[in-house]
Design a protein around this ligand. Structure first.
Ligand SMILES: Cc1cc2nc3c(=O)[nH]c(=O)nc-3n(C[C@H](O)[C@H](O)[C@H](O)COP(=O)(O)OP(=O)(O)OC[C@H]3O[C@@H](n4cnc5c(N)ncnc54)[C@H](O)[C@@H]3O)c2cc1C
Length: 340
């Protein structure tokens, strides 16, 4: 039996903590639930639809006059193993960090650096989540989908997911055509640790040994010291993408701003740390006039709900930030967070 709630607040379903209402909220468990929505439920009446995982990368600006599909299937199943690898199938509704914890506790490597990323497993291939030198694409074996056309199921292999930086085929060609039902990960029984990224190695030097557990513990510690927890203050993580601009535009800027944080990118381009740009505009710790929304005082890339922000307050603040950065650097920031 498919569970659908009507006229419901989504405040508890998005990490910004924005209080908007959805006409319908469907708790998805299995492909038959989607089939029901298509043949008899709201989708048979052509109502609007969005998929909502943990709501940690979506910002709602108004009530949603349609159906929100929220996967809650959270099984973990070891389906196959070899001497070197385990293949684990995980339901889209499983909390991502709980899955990382399970893997680390069982000695399976490949996602430990992705500890403490909010959200659910279903979004991990969509977003190709990444942190500390690891990306979901490196361990995703196959993705199990359900079609919005007829409720049929299909499995696609890693090579067909078109993974790129924080994106995939599920955000482009297949967007709104399929729901991710579950994901099979290929994890290593003899993991190679990736420790060179950022301050990770320095922090790990303080540990007696390097193991999956110490890496996970250290990453959680570093992240907690830098990023506000959505359970304490509403936010969506990095609000803007790091802009990638042509070298001919970046070089003169680097000559003026000698401490500018940049990374080489493909095709004669340079990636610039968006947080650095915002910080240089003096906006770290900024609060809007209404006092409802602001910029985090430790991380300029994070826009926060100070308690009573509407989605529009956050969008207005984002526009203000964009204008300031454009005025100073002639660079246009683009949101990473999906605005609805
Ligand atoms: C404090 C904080 C820190 C963060 N740090 C990182 C980080 O280090 N690295 C990183 O990569 N991200 C980070 N993020 C962003 C976020 O955690 C990821 O993008 C995450 O994958 C979003 O998962 P979610 O379940 O909340 O997805 P949602 O925000 O609900 O959805 C994201 C997108 O995926 C789609 N989607 C979700 N589930 C499904 C499904 N089952 N089938 C099809 N489409 C689906 C949605 O429709 C939407 O388009 C951070 C966010 C916060 C708040």
């Amino acid at each position: 039996m498919t569970t659908i709630k009507n006229n419901i607040s989504l405040k508890g379903y998005n990490t910004f903590g924005i209080d908007i209402r959805a006409k319908h909220l469907c708790f998805y468990n299995k492909p038959a639930d989607l089939k029901y929505l298509i043949t008899e439920g709201p989708l048979s009446r052509d109502e609007k639809m969005i998929i909502l995982g943990g709501g940690s990368n979506q910002l709602f600006t108004k009530d949603f006059d349609g159906i929100v599909i929220h996967p809650v299937n959270n099984s973990i199943e070891l389906i196959r193993e070899t001497d070197e690898y385990v293949f684990i199938k995980v339901g889209a509704g499983k909390n991502w960090d709980e899955f990382v914890e399970y893997s680390v506790n069982n000695g399976y490597g490949g996602i430990e650096n992705l500890s403490d990323i909010p959200g659910n497993v279903g979004a991990s291939p969509v977003q190709n989540i990444g942190a500390y030198g690891m990306e979901a694409k490196d361990t995703i074996h196959e993705v199990h989908l359900v079609s919005f056309h007829d409720g049929s199921t299909k499995t696609i292999q890693n090579k067909d997911c078109e993974f790129v930086y924080r994106s995939s085929v599920f955000k482009s060609k297949l967007k709104n055509r399929f729901l991710v039902d579950s994901v099979t990960f290929k994890l290593s029984k003899n993991p190679t640790f990736i420790t060179h990224y950022g301050s990770l190695q320095d922090e790990l030097n303080k540990e007696e040994e390097i193991s999956l557990k110490t890496i996970r513990k250290t990453i959680i510690k570093i992240r907690e010291s830098k990023l506000p927890s959505p359970t304490k203050i509403g936010n969506g993580g990095s609000f803007f993408k790091n802009p990638i601009i042509p070298n001919i535009h970046a070089e003169p800027l680097k000559a003026i701003f000698t401490d500018m944080v940049t990374y080489p990118a493909a095709n004669d381009m340079t990636k610039i740390a968006a947080g650095w740009l915002i910080d240089q505009c003096g906006l770290k710790g900024y609060t809007n006039e209404k006092g409802t929304a602001g910029i985090h005082d430790k991380q300029a890339l994070v826009l926060v709900n100070k308690g009573k922000a509407t989605g529009s307050d956050i969008v207005e603040l984002a526009e203000f930030v964009k204008a300031k950065v454009f005025e100073k650097f002639d660079i246009c920031l683009e949101p990473e967070v999906i605005i609805i």
